[in-house]
Ligand binder design. Structure first.
Ligand code: AMP
Ligand code: ZN
Ligand code: FE
Ligand code: FE
Length: 283
């Protein structure tokens, strides 16, 4: 059995490779399957699935939805979603609009801070896909306002930084329900970004999310420490959740990260995909 990567971004959101390039690259890297999980959009899935068919490579239609949460951020992954589900498409359009309202406001804030960039420059960098903060970061780097991605986020773009503007999100229960309505399996992405205080808080959150349909937890992730991985595995076992993983490869901002292997030490067996399929067919 081969290996998989279940968390990847393409040009449909803030990744660098087009969906077809991603699929070809994953095959070239010797993987057995990937999931494309762009932020709040399924626009890249048609192309990715078609390329998979063409070259004989398994592509799982996925998504990563940002949900309302504080103090950190909550991302819910959806696997095996039905891309033709018109309800999901409609709901995602709502998020696109929210982004289109937020983005120019971030440009305004940057301008007020003496950072002279235009929305056209950001749009150009985004290459026609959905616009996100990594595109702002890229413009800031190109125009020499910052040295790298981390500085762009720390000084301007991260939650709470001076150019940050929040955007409308779904609640966790809504995001999970929308994934389920499109026949997808909902998984809590990288729990280490939730900003929770200790095991107890995470356990309570997970118990609540399970009540509204959560089926899995992303345990294997490049930014998770060994002790976090152990903790998330324990929670998954205790609550009967599927343990998934992926690199969250975007292709640009996270240097030293590659598809399928993350920082070099990731190995996710194809059996994860089989378990996800079983869970999907049970619900
Ligand atoms: P957006 O879709 O505009 O909310 O941007 C979200 C993306 O920005 C995430 O997927 C990350 O790639 C990146 N990002 C968010 N927060 C940070 C941070 N503190 N440091 C670096 N990158 C970040
Ligand atoms: Zn991203
Ligand atoms: Fe994420
Ligand atoms: Fe991601």
């Amino acid at each position: 059995m081969g290996y998989v990567d279940l968390h990847l971004h393409t040009t449909a959101s803030d990744g660098v490779k087009t969906p077809s390039e991603m699929v070809r690259y994953a095959k070239y890297k010797g993987l057995q399957a990937i999931a494309i999980t762009d932020h709040d959009t399924i626009e890249g899935l048609g192309e990715g699935l078609a390329e998979g068919e063409r070259i004989g490579f398994e592509v799982i239609p996925g998504i990563e939805i940002s949900a309302e949460h504080s103090p950190g951020s909550m991302h819910l992954l959806g696997y095996f979603i039905d891309t033709s589900d018109s309800l999901l498409n409609e709901r995602l359009k709502y998020l696109q609009k929210a982004r289109e309202e937020r983005n120019p406001r971030m440009v305004e804030k940057l301008n007020q801070l003496g950072v002279h960039i235009t929305y056209e420059e950001v749009l150009k960098v985004s290459g026609g896909g959905q616009v996100g903060r990594p595109h702002f970061a890229q413009v800031l780097i190109e125009k020499k306002y910052v040295k790298n991605f981390q500085e762009a986020f720390d000084r301007y773009l991260k939650k709470g930084a001076p150019a940050y503007v929040d955007k409308l999100r779904f609640t966790p229960a809504e995001a999970i329900r929308f994934i389920q309505e499109a026949r997808g399996v909902a998984v809590l992405g990288h729990p280490n970004t939730l900003g929770l205080n200790g095991y107890g808080e995470l356990e309570r959150l997970i118990a609540d999310l399970i009540k509204v349909g959560l089926k899995g937890i992303e345990v294997f992730y490049p930014e998770h420490s060994a002790s976090e991985i152990a903790q998330y595995k324990g929670l998954a076992e205790r609550y009967g959740l599927v343990t998934t993983g992926g690199t969250d490869y975007h292709g640009l901002e996270k240097e030293g990260l590659d598809v399928g292997v993350g920082k070099g030490d990731m190995k996710l067996p194809y059996s994860i995909v089989e378990t996800l399929k079983t869970v999907r067919n049970q619900s």
